[in-house]
Ligand binder design. Structure first.
Ligand code: DLL
Length: 433
């Protein structure tokens, strides 16, 4: 079994805890000194960095929410001056503005190594040809895995997403041995192989490192069978770094968390109280080494469980179960995160629509598709078709700008979308039925 940073990946629990304590104390000092948001929060709560004497004391400290990043948009959460920032990524916010994430040179070094750990755990070596079909851009997936694969010494093909037939040609001709993408795109590739009358024997893949959206064992079995690979899961989120938070080894029984760089807790999302190891709840992450944008107790909204076992791979890092859902209404469509509140924000810009809408997530082949039904105002309903069509096009364009993917939008007649007395249900996910 290969390691990338064997010493760090096989520390004893006591050693890990000691490193975490030292790093937590240092990160608390850094945010207190350099980030107004945290200094203010700590003061309000009567806390100082020194209030943390043991790991358990972290529960005294405040949470950080996605909305805090929005309130401090764009650079308010940075703990270093902009001249020390060498990269910026972002992810979708719950409304109009995205979340900005900065990296210093050291952050990029760490990022590269942490993702490299996960890639090596998933079977990648310097001899591999790594086909990266994650989008390159503000999304952290493409670049995050790219630099790690290069660092390992593999030959990296930055294909990015889309044009699946061309991807398959490249896989055949360049002999890609590792596929990196979302699980749904891996299935789409399998489907396209079928359509081209090709099989796994016509390509040369050995491993698939899949992540960025939830997927279960059924999908794993199908990807492995149809693409002829061993498929491992990896998890991360832009706010705390991107990919590289945790990943499976070839034993595929839980994701090893890079806990020397991320302090992980599980809390009860209702009471916000920490839960003991082994119990299921919301994952909360404190970054231990990030320089540009350290986050204290970031509420990921992802539901999982943390546990320690004796993994046959030899890694001692704590494990997290595959995330099984979220505590908020975020949906992931082909790896892109979408909040219903973003749709609402766009609708506010158009007088001709009502705030009543319904989002449908469907499957078209193996890919996800987003459809949005929007209720028209009476005025628009009685207006000319030409006018309706023009508005529909404008809304589609705006949605594309805000959401990052193009939904199929349809107008429906006034008063036809269900009204809710309690909590509105704005999303109908038809993907698993
Ligand atoms: O998806 C980072 C990433 C890129 C991870 C490539 C792995 C590979 P965001 O776009 O900010 O970042 O989305 C983060 O996606 O809070 C989870 O809800 C979900 N997610 C990410 N990985 C997994 C996974 C990237 N393996 C959000 N299983 C997270 C389930 C996942 N959900």
């Amino acid at each position: 079994m290969n390691f990338w940073q064997k010493e760090e990946e096989t520390l004893s629990v006591d050693e890990i805890k000691q490193i975490q304590l030292e790093r937590l104390q240092s990160v608390l000092n850094r945010v207190y000194d350099n980030v107004t948001f945290y200094r203010k929060k700590f003061k309000e709560m009567g806390l100082e960095p020194e209030s943390l004497k043991s790991l358990d004391d972290i529960s005294k400290f405040p949470f950080t929410y996605k909305s805090d990043l929005r309130d401090n948009y764009p650079y308010g959460m940075f703990a270093v001056p902009l001249r020390d920032i060498v990269r910026i990524h972002s992810s979708s916010g719950t409304t109009g503005k995205p979340t900005v994430v900065g990296y210093t040179r050291n952050d990029l070094e760490n990022w590269k190594n942490l993702v490299a750990r996960i890639m090596v755990a998933g079977g990648v070596t310097a001899n591999d040809i790594v086909h990266i079909a994650f989008t390159y851009g503000l999304f952290t997936g493409g670049f995050g895995l790219h630099y790690a694969a290069e660092h390992i010494g593999a030959s990296v093909i930055p294909v990015s997403s889309g044009n699946t037939k061309r991807q398959i040609m490249i896989m055949q001709d360049y002999r890609s041995s590792v596929l990196v993408c979302t699980p749904s795109y891996a299935l789409h590739i399998a489907e396209t192989l079928d359509k081209l009358n090709l099989t796994k024997n016509d390509i040369h893949l050995k491993y698939a490192l899949l992540g960025s959206e939830p997927w279960g064992e059924k999908i794993r079995e199908e990807v492995e069978r149809r693409l002829g690979v061993i498929a491992t899961d990896n998890y991360g989120l832009s706010e705390v770094m991107g990919p590289g938070v945790s990943g499976e080894c070839l034993y595929k029984n839980g994701l090893h968390v890079n806990e020397d760089h991320f302090y992980v807790e599980i809390i009860d999302p209702e009471t916000c109280e920490p839960l003991p190891e082994g119990e299921k709840g919301e994952l909360v992450i404190t970054t231990l080494t990030r320089e540009a944008m350290p986050l204290i107790r970031y509420r990921t909204r992802d539901i999982t469980r943390l546990y320690r076992d004796k993994c046959p791979c030899g890694r001692t890092l704590i494990k997290m179960e595959k995330p099984s859902g979220r505590t908020d209404d975020m949906i992931i469509v082909n790896g892109v995160n979408i909040f219903p509140s973003q749709v609402e924000e766009v609708l506010k810009e158009f007088d001709q629509t009502t705030p009543h809408y319904m989002i449908f997530v469907k499957k078209k082949g193996r890919l996800d598709m987003l459809e949005i039904d929007i209720e028209m105002t009476e005025a628009l309903f009685f207006d000319e078709m030409k006018k309706q069509k023009a508005i529909l096009e404008q809304i589609t364009e705006r949605m594309f700008n805000v959401l990052g993917i193009k939904p199929a939008i349809k107008f429906v007649e006034p008063k036809t979308i269900e009204r809710f007395e309690g909590k509105a249900k704005r999303v109908i996910d038809l993907r698993n039925v």
